[in-house]
Design a protein around this ligand. Structure first.
Ligand SMILES: Cc1cc2nc3c(=O)[nH]c(=O)nc-3n(C[C@H](O)[C@H](O)[C@H](O)COP(=O)(O)OP(=O)(O)OC[C@H]3O[C@@H](n4cnc5c(N)ncnc54)[C@H](O)[C@@H]3O)c2cc1C
Length: 550
């Protein structure tokens, strides 16, 4: 079969030969005709709002710790909130400027002037975006640096709030941040990475229109993340819903509302029960959050469905171990367990899902749950694309050294969920696949990559993690932050404050804040979107399941 013509970033044809030999790659791959990138936006407004968010956070922490000890009443907390907002909003821009200066001071000093150096980052998630943003900060001292970010979608998905979208509390467009806005001084290609050819230093990508393009690089950053690991269990791939993309979240919400619509029309109580049974596989953070979120969604809209009684919907969390949330300390995990049980969520511990159909979910202990909903949150695996690369891997994840450089390579770096990053503080055990780790690793990759380009020694990456926060629905959560434990409403407030603060971009923060405020006064929306109206099984789970194992 003829290989399609390859196109350089400025549109010039390279031909297959140039790709194989890499002879023209460096010259023709230059981005000569691209328009200049816009300057960064004015930081004053974002400084004020960021300061105010810190103020809200400080107020929440203060009111939950010191003020109760001083016997403060709820009404006396309000002036404290106002003072916190005014004070922090005023000092916010100054703080932001100081932090920026500190960043600048930490840039590698005395860097040698570079010739043109091309860095290609594949994957626009937490890891990839963090690399690009740090490289943007380094740009003034590295004028020859040419950074291209390639990603399937043109936005950074803020996954910690994905369940909020599925539960209908936050609009789907409010947790996705456009990559062009997040990294304004980085060249962006919305494209699917088709293959990578390390021998000739080329990344082959397919644009949205289907055209193939080859991107030459001097340094490549692998930040492709992970995909749901829908194991090879009978019927699971065809019938399970996953929660990884924005489309998944929309589909899950529609699916749940769709099940309520069906149940409302069903006269047979046994069939109605089947429509109303929601099974979640996996009792880690994602599964626990999912079962709590679906519970809240169903109960918040139940009044629209007069033929469904409050006691009818059934929620089951299936987990292979003896306790949920193994990452949390025993006390908090027990709290979460109790909290879910008190609300009527059933826990099946020490068992696994072994099969599913459109009408039932089968468990390893022989129990058959009559259910038309299975949500799969029982693990992920690194991007299958990496399987084709001649790199050392473990359980599909690319092995990197403590400086995040791919083992055995001088020009490839890997991070986030697609890499096995050794934690030097814990004897080289793998760092957990979280956004907070991917983000910190991204900064380190950018700095180490520049160090390597300028003949300096890359630094060992060390990061212990701040802790964990998991929402449990109904305004409660469990949190472990720097060894301190919170639960219930305080943890839930902390969860909201922290993630609102972490959400990139002022506009998105305000939108989410507005969504949360509206939710206090109005019931959740039950309008179905296109996905559920079309009906049929979830195509994404099947597609992912059929991708070859890495
Ligand atoms: C529902 C959910 C909730 C979570 N909650 C939290 C939380 O509260 N706190 C926390 O710390 N972590 C949380 N995580 C984990 C966190 O999202 C991941 O650890 C983090 O996203 C990893 O970052 P990454 O850059 O490695 O991968 P990702 O963020 O997944 O990014 C990978 C990127 O690569 C792109 N990509 C993949 N393949 C291709 C291809 N072939 N071509 C082009 N582009 C491609 C993807 O589109 C994506 O943009 C959660 C995850 C999920 C799914």
């Amino acid at each position: 079969m003829a290989r399609p013509e390859l196109v350089t970033p400025n549109g010039a044809s390279m031909g297959t030969r140039a790709v194989r030999t890499g002879r023209h790659a460096g010259r023709e791959g230059r981005i000569t005709g691209d328009p200049p990138l816009p300057p960064p936006s004015d930081p004053l407004a974002s400084g004020v709002i960021e300061g105010m968010l810190v103020g809200v956070l400080a107020w929440a922490v203060l009111s939950l710790t010191l003020l109760p000890a001083l016997d403060a009443t709820a009404s006396s907390l309000f002036p404290v909130l106002l003072v916190s907002l005014c004070a922090s909003g005023t000092v916010g821009p100054g703080l932001q400027a100081a932090l920026r200066q500190r960043h600048q001071r930490r840039l590698p000093a005395g860097a040698a002037p570079l010739g043109r150096r091309r860095v290609v980052i594949v994957g626009g998630g937490f890891g990839g975006v963090s690399v690009a943003r740090r490289l943007e900060q380094l740009l003034p001292r590295m004028p020859g640096l040419d950074v291209t970010l390639v990603s399937r979608s043109n936005y950074l998905l803020f996954t910690p709030m994905l369940m909020e979208v599925a539960a209908g509390t936050v609009g789907s467009g409010h947790v996705s941040v456009p990559l062009r806005a997040a990294c304004p001084r980085t060249r962006f290609r919305q494209a699917e990475v088709d293959s990578i050819d390390p021998a000739v230093r080329l990344v082959h990508v397919r644009g949205v229109g289907g055209a193939l393009e080859s991107l030459p690089y001097d340094h490549l950053v692998l930040a492709l993340g992970a995909v749901p690991n829908v194991c090879d269990l009978p019927g699971v791939a065809d019938n399970a819903l996953t929660l990884k993309t924005l489309e998944d979240a929309r589909r899950l919400r529609d699916h749940v509302i769709g099940r309520l619509e069906q149940a409302d029309l069903e006269a047979d109580p046994r069939e109605r029960r089947r429509w109303l049974t929601f099974v979640v596989a996996g009792g880690g953070f994602a599964g626990t959050e999912a079962v709590a979120g679906v519970f809240d969604l169903v109960h918040s809209v139940l009044s629209y469905f007069p033929n469904v009684r409050r006691a009818e919907p059934r929620f089951v969390l299936v987990h292979s171990r003896e306790r949920i949330l193994p990452e949390l300390g025993g006390r908090l995990a027990r709290y979460a367990h109790r909290r879910l049980q008190d609300r009527g969520i059933q826990l099946r511990l020490g068992v696994t899902v072994v099969g599913a159909s459109q009408r039932e979910v089968r468990l390893s202990d022989g129990e058959v749950l009559p259910a038309r909903t299975l949500i799969w949150a029982a693990g992920t695996r690194p991007s299958p694309l990496l399987g084709a690369l001649p790199l050392a891997r473990q359980a599909g994840a690319v092995l990197v050294d403590p400086t995040l450089r791919v083992r055995g390579s001088s020009d490839m770096w890997a991070l986030g969920d697609c890499a096995r990053v050794p934690d030097v503080e814990r004897g080289g055990a793998p760092q957990p696949p979280t956004a907070q780790h991917a983000e910190r690793q991204g900064k380190a990759v950018a700095e180490n990559l520049v160090a390597a380009m300028t003949g300096k020694a890359p630094q060992v990456f060390r990061y212990r993690g701040l802790g964990f926060l998991v929402p449990l629905g109904h305004q409660s959560a469990a949190a472990e932050v720097r060894g301190m434990r919170f639960s219930g409403l305080p943890a839930w407030l902390l969860w909201r404050a922290v993630y609102l603060w972490k959400l990139p971009g002022l506009e998105k923060r305000l939108r989410v804040l507005l969504d949360w405020t509206i939710e206090l006064f109005f019931p959740r929306d039950i309008a179905l979107t296109a996905g559920e109206r079309r009906g049929g099984p979830d195509p994404s789970a099947r597609r992912r399941a059929r991708q070859p194992a890495a």
